[in-house]
Design a binder for this molecule. Structure first.
Ligand SMILES: [Ca+2]
Ligand SMILES: [Ca+2]
Ligand SMILES: [Ca+2]
Length: 421
C-alpha cells in the first residue's frame, strides 16, 4: 500500500513541475480568485484574494505571492497585493497569475451617483448607544452600491449625536439631529435621528409602605393628577387603581377593555390574546383559593389581571375618543413577582423596543413597582408581562407549591396621553 502511494506521489511531482523545485508554489494545481465578479464605483477599492489548491497541503492563500494584472489600467488598477482601484467607467478583467496558472475577476467600474439614500431614517437611539446608518447610492447605469465607507458624514448637532466616517451614529444627548452623507460628486442624503433617555423607578418590598416612596417619586416626576374626564391636559398624569370599578364589573372575566376610555375616560384601552380581563376584590381567591396568600393590594381593595394569558397591552388614546395617542411615562404595581420574568415592553415610534424587567423582587408575597419615564420619546402603548402563566385554579404560585410565577397588577400611573406626533 505504501509502495503504491510513493509511486503516485512521484508521478504527481513529475507532472506538476518538479523541474522547478525552488518555487514553493510549484505544486499549485488550481488557482482561484475571490470574488470572481464585482461592481465598484470610480475611486472605490476592492480587495481580491487568490487561493491556490496544492497537491499535498490543501488550500493556501497566495494573494501576496500571485502576480496581479489589469486588462485596462484606465478603468481599474490593481496593486501587487490584489487591491483593485476603480479609475474610469467600464468593464475590466483583473488577472491573478502564479506558476503559469491564472484566475480572473470581472470588474465593472461605474461612475456618477444619481441618488443617495440613508437607512434607517427616523430612528430612536437611547443616550450612549450606537447605530450604523447605511448610505446606498444609485449610479447613472442603474447600479446600486453601499457607499457607507466612501461618503462624507456629518451631524447637524453633535450634542445630540455624533457620526463617524463609516456612518456609525452615537447618541449623546436628548433631542433630534439630522445626519448628512455627501458623495464624491456632491449628491447628498439626510436621515433624522432621535435621541432619548429613560429614568427608571424601581422598588420592591413586603408591603405597600416599602414601595410607597418610589411610587410617589414617579408621581412627582409626572406632575399633577388629572381628573377622569374627556379633556386632554397638556401635562400631568393619570392613574387607575381599579378600586372604583362597579360591583357588576368586578369578579367577572367580562370587564370591558375600554372601561377607562369610555365609562371613566382616562385615555387607555386594554388588549389581550387571552379570554378577557378581570378586576378582583378577593385577590383572585374565587379563581384559585390559594391566591390570596400571595396577592396583596397596593391600593385596597381591588386588583387587575388578564385571563387566559399572562401578558396584555395597554394602548393610549385621546381620552373618550378613538384617536390614538402617545404617553411619555408608564408605571405599574406588580403583585408578587417572585422571579425576574415580569416586565414592561415599550415599542418606540421606529419599531424598536425598550423592555425593562421587574428586578426589584419583593420576597414571596410582596409588591414591586416599575415605572419608566422617557425623555425625548413617547409610546403608543405598553405591554405588561405579568408572571409566567395565566391565573388558573390548577396552577398555584411558585412559592406556594406551583411551578409558575403568578403575578397580577394594581395601580397604573402614566403621563397624560398626548396627540401622536
Ligand atoms: Ca387597587
Ligand atoms: Ca409568591
Ligand atoms: Ca408570584
Amino acid at each position: 500500500m505504501r509502495k503504491y502511494f510513493m509511486l503516485l506521489l512521484a508521478l504527481a511531482l513529475l507532472s506538476s513541475g518538479c523541474s522547478n523545485p525552488g518555487n514553493p508554489f510549484f505544486n499549485v494545481q488550481v488557482l482561484s480568485v475571490a470574488p470572481t465578479s464585482a461592481t465598484i464605483a470610480r475611486g472605490q477599492t476592492l480587495q481580491l484574494t487568490a487561493t491556490g489548491t496544492l497537491f499535498q497541503d490543501g488550500r493556501e492563500d497566495v494573494t501576496a505571492s500571485a502576480e496581479w494584472l489589469s486588462s485596462n489600467v484606465n478603468v481599474a488598477t490593481v496593486s501587487a497585493t490584489g487591491l483593485v482601484t476603480g479609475v474610469g467607467v467600464g468593464p475590466v478583467t483583473i488577472t491573478a497569475r502564479l506558476n503559469g496558472r491564472e484566475a480572473f475577476c470581472e470588474v465593472t467600474v461605474v461612475s456618477a451617483v444619481t441618488a443617495l439614500a440613508l437607512t434607517p431614517d427616523g430612528g430612536f437611539l437611547r443616550v450612549g448607544t450606537t447605530e450604523t446608518l447605511a448610505a446606498t447610492a444609485t449610479f447613472d447605469d442603474g447600479a446600486v452600491l453601499d457607499l457607507s465607507d466612501q461618503v462624507d458624514w456629518s451631524t447637524a448637532d453633535a450634542t445630540v449625536a455624533t457620526v463617524n466616517d463609516v456612518g456609525a451614529v452615537t447618541a449623546v444627548g436628548v433631542g433630534q439631529t439630522v445626519i448628512t452623507a455627501v458623495a464624491e460628486n456632491g449628491t447628498a442624503a439626510r436621515a433624522t435621528v432621535n435621541v432619548f433617555e429613560v429614568t427608571i423607578f424601581s422598588a420592591g418590598g413586603a408591603n405597600a409602605a416599602a414601595i410607597q416612596p418610589t411610587v410617589d417619586a414617579f408621581r412627582a416626576a409626572l406632575g399633577p393628577l388629572n381628573p377622569n374626564t374627556a379633556q386632554v391636559f397638556p401635562t400631568g398624569r393619570r392613574e387607575i387603581n381599579w378600586d372604583g370599578v362597579p360591583a357588576a364589573q368586578t369578579n367577572t372575566n367580562a370587564f370591558p377593555a375600554n372601561f377607562f376610555n369610555v365609562t371613566s375616560p382616562r385615555g387607555v384601552v386594554f388588549a389581550t390574546l387571552g379570554e378577557g380581563f378581570r378586576v378582583s376584590d378577593n385577590a383572585y381567591g374565587d379563581v384559585n383559593a390559594t391566591y390570596p396568600t400571595q396577592f396583596q393590594t397596593f391600593s385596597p381593595g381591588k386588583l387587575f389581571a388578564t385571563r387566559g394569558a399572562s401578558r396584555f397591552e395597554t394602548e393610549f388614546f385621546l381620552p373618550a375618543t378613538t384617536t390614538p395617542a402617545v404617553s411619555s411615562a408608564f408605571g405599574a404595581v406588580f403583585c408578587d413577582p417572585d422571579r425576574n420574568t415580569s416586565s414592561l415592553l415599550f415599542v418606540l415610534p421606529d419599531g424598536s423596543t425598550f423592555t425593562p424587567t421587574v428586578t426589584a423582587l419583593p420576597g414571596a408575597q410582596g409588591l414591586a413597582f416599575l415605572g419608566v419615564q422617557f425623555q425625548g420619546a413617547s409610546c403608543r402603548g405598553v405591554t405588561l408581562v405579568t408572571g409566567e402563566a395565566p391565573l388558573s385554579g390548577a396552577d398555584n404560585d411558585v412559592t406556594n407549591g406551583g411551578v409558575n410565577d403568578m403575578v397580577v397588577v394594581d395601580d397604573f400611573i402614566y403621563a397624560e396621553p398626548q396627540p401622536a406626533p
